[in-house]
Design a protein around this ligand. Structure first.
Ligand SMILES: N[C@@H](CCC(=O)N[C@@H](CS)C(=O)NCC(=O)O)C(=O)O
Length: 225
């Protein structure tokens, strides 16, 4: 896979999966910052996250994982994004002003902590398996949590102001990094977001950028249609 320019230090090792939206967040940030990484795919659909080789790396059995050049094993995409921000501050993902930073982090968490966990593979498998939900019920679940969650994001973006190209300004940042993969998931699960004009407008601006386009699941070396 082609990534942007090679940095002088050793590349971090990145464990991800093409369709994992939290991996997708990290890929966008790597690309925006021009940071090279060594990619190891972990096949979530086949359950590779539960195998010892990966589970010893992350006992949560979740992607993504980043192993830094000094050997620290980082779990949780927001922590990985903050590490990237601190180690590669050029091309910042957060605004300068303190309250703006808190607003952006809050928006990112509205997606990463409130919407995304409810659509996770293991949650859907639990609904379908032990809880015996059928496809209609699982679809209702997804539409309830992703639909309402993204509607709240639309309100937050409108409150922040609609005269900027991206979520919170004219350069893409942490909020955009979380929004685009969440919208990708919404579309994959057939959630109707046609009424969310600001969300769609921002995503279109993001997807026009090479950093976002190259991070798309369909562009990854482990992609499967
Ligand atoms: N809050 C975590 C979420 C991690 C997560 O849920 N990853 C998903 C892929 S997007 C996963 O590995 N799922 C495996 C499973 O459900 O078994 C983060 O932001 O990194």
């Amino acid at each position: 896979m082609q990534h942007t320019e090679v940095t002088t230090e050793q590349a971090p090792k990145f464990y991800g999966y093409f369709r994992s939206s939290s991996s997708y967040r990290c890929r966008i940030a790597f690309n925006l910052k021009g940071v090279q990484y060594d990619f190891t795919p972990v096949h979530l659909k086949n359950g590779a996250q539960k195998e010892a080789a990966f589970a010893t790396l992350n006992p949560q059995e979740l992607l993504p994982v980043l192993v830094t050049p000094t050997g620290a094993v980082l779990r949780q995409s927001l922590a990985i994004l903050e590490w990237l921000e601190e180690t590669h501050p050029e091309v910042p993902l957060l605004p300068v002003e303190r309250e703006q930073r808190a607003l952006v982090r809050g928006f990112a968490q509205a997606i990463a902590c409130e919407i995304h966990p409810l659509q996770n593979l293991r949650v859907l498998q639990h609904l379908r398996g032990p809880l015996g939900c059928d496809d209609t019920q699982v679809t209702q679940w997804l539409h309830r949590w992703i639909g309402d969650g993204l509607a709240a994001c639309e309100a937050l973006l409108n409150e922040a102001g609609t005269d900027t190209r991206f979520c919170f300004g004219d350069t893409p940042g942490l909020a955009d990094i979380c929004l685009v993969p969440q919208v990708f998931s919404a579309e994959r699960f057939g959630v109707d977001i046609t009424g969310l004009h600001r969300v769609r407008e921002v995503c279109n601006s993001c997807n026009d950028l090479e950093a976002f386009a190259a991070a798309h699941p369909a562009q990854q070396p482990d992609y499967e249609p």
